[in-house]
Ligand binder design. Structure first.
Ligand SMILES: *Cc1c(COP(=O)(O)O)cnc(C)c1O
Length: 461
């Protein structure tokens, strides 16, 4: 780079000062951030980011679980530019439609499970789950069962940050702010065996947590329950992968009671598990699938709900208007980005590559970290994984939260050139689906260095 570092430092200082004065960041302790200063990312290519000072970082979080095809895709830029020239915006209300949204709905229907052939478009994952809440209630109204209103979710689920999204989610820190959840949303236990399965085998714990669904349905009365919502594996909650017994038992319960099943695939969709959708990976038959993130690889915002024939047949029948939608539902530019994103995934066979190549390589490379004195468990599927930091490997004893082992480890990763996220003391990764073997090797090497630093840090505590 020809720019002298001094002037870059000046630029950084100016931007950080303006950021501190004018920018309220999402999910951020603003005072703490102002003291530390924001990390300013300037450009990206492939799986790498560069901050404003020219530091290179391997982005093992694919942005926020979304940049499935990696950064720097000129063909998405071109598709978006072309669409902007031709039709930058038009709505899909009032008897109108446009080619990119139609083509995208058809394309997604072809990739989704066979019984799902319709899409409702939104601008984000949160808006999609708001849509789900309204759509399942509308469905039951039309079916003549208006008492079926309550949605059962799970503790420590993440379903977005709008009022409905945060209510459907089970994050206590979010519920504390703004009197959430709203009425009509209840939460059952999560299948987090490593954190909460004390004394039980994973299989027994998986059954027990799944059976909480049946107990809740019986407690509320089947006639009052509209739907169950869940992520196939919890993402923001800490990459929590249910024990093998969990989903089969949930399936048994869902088959027994007449309630709808919403599968939130905002993270798992579009190849993350080595299938187009995790519904296929876990052999699930949802009535609604929430999508966003990897749908456009984050190049422009877009979300949606994939709707099963069972629900679509009722919503689309001749019984009046579904009074719901967003200005940007099916936005033509976002749809063009999504179509090109999907074309890339297909052309480069990224889904197959995850299943047969990069997932086995990543998961076995990460198992090396399980030997580390600080690591209690390494778990993962497809291209997501979690590393649990513990004080005592044998007893699973966690660090006191005041130690801040996870936060320290995350910062140490950055120092070594790696973006890995921490959820408490659970380190998580979800890299672009394009990551290569040598990039995976680099990821594991940097993570090892960060774990060594963290080990020293906690010894000094
Ligand atoms: C990110 C996420 C959402 C919310 O999506 P936004 O686009 O941030 O509104 C919903 N569900 C899951 C599982 C997510 O990971």
């Amino acid at each position: 780079m020809s720019t002298p570092l001094v002037s870059q430092q000046q630029k950084l200082d100016n931007l950080q000062a303006a950021d501190k004065q004018h920018f309220i960041h999402p999910f951020t302790d603003s005072k703490g951030l102002a003291e530390k200063g924001t990390r300013i990312i300037e450009r990206a290519e492939g799986v790498y980011l560069w901050d404003i000072m020219g530091h290179k970082l391997l982005d093992a979080m694919a942005g926020l679980w979304c940049v499935n095809v990696g950064y720097g895709r000129q063909s998405i830029v071109d598709a978006v530019a072309k669409q902007m020239q031709q039709l930058p915006f038009y709505n899909s209300f009032f008897q109108c439609s446009h080619p990119p949204a139609i083509e995208l709905a058809q394309k997604i229907a072809s990739l989704a499970p066979a019984h799902m052939n319709n899409v409702f478009f939104t601008g984000s994952g949160s808006e999609s789950n708001d849509t789900n809440l309204r759509m399942v209630r509308r469905y039951w109204d039309l079916k003549g069962k208006p008492s079926k209103k309550t949605i059962i979710s799970r503790v420590n689920a993440y379903h977005g940050s709008t009022v409905a999204g945060a209510s459907l989610g089970g994050m206590s820190g979010m519920h504390e702010q703004g009197d959430l959840p709203i009425p009509g949303v209840v939460h059952i236990a999560q299948p987090y065996w490593y954190g909460e399965g004390k004394g039980l085998t994973p299989e027994a714990f998986g059954l027990q947590t799944a059976q909480a669904l049946e107990a809740k349905i019986l407690e509320l009365g089947e006639d009052n329950v509209a739907a169950f919502i869940a992520e196939p594996f919890q993402g923001a909650g800490g990459v929590i992968i249910p024990p093998s017994t969990y989903w089969p038992e949930i399936k048994r319960i869902l088959a027994k009671y007449d309630i709808l099943f919403i599968l939130d695939e905002v993270i798992s969709g579009f190849g993350r598990t080595g299938k187009w959708f995790a519904a296929e990976y876990f052999d699930l038959q949802p009535d609604l699938i929430t999508i966003a993130k990897g749908m456009t690889s984050g190049y422009v915002p877009m979300g949606g709900v994939i709707v099963s024939d069972r629900v679509a047949d009722v919503i689309k029948q001749d019984c009046g208007e579904f009074t719901h939608g967003f200005t940007y539902s099916g936005h033509p530019v976002a749809a063009a980005a999504a179509l090109e994103n999907i074309r890339i995934i297909e052309q480069e066979q990224l889904v197959e590559r995850v299943a047969t190549d990069t997932s086995p390589y990543l998961q076995s490379a990460l198992q090396q970290l399980a030997e580390h004195p600080l690591v209690g468990e390494v778990r993962g599927i497809g291209l997501v994984a979690a590393i649990e930091l513990v004080q005592n490997k044998t007893t699973h004893q966690r660090f006191d939260s005041s130690v801040g082992a996870g936060t320290f480890c995350r910062d140490a990763c950055i120092k070594h050139g790696l973006v890995m996220r921490s959820v408490g003391d659970t380190m998580i990764i979800s890299p672009p689906l394009t990551i290569s073997h040598s990039e995976i090797d680099a990821l594991v090497a940097m993570a090892t260095q960060a774990l060594n630093d963290t080990e020293q840090f906690v010894q000094g505590k």
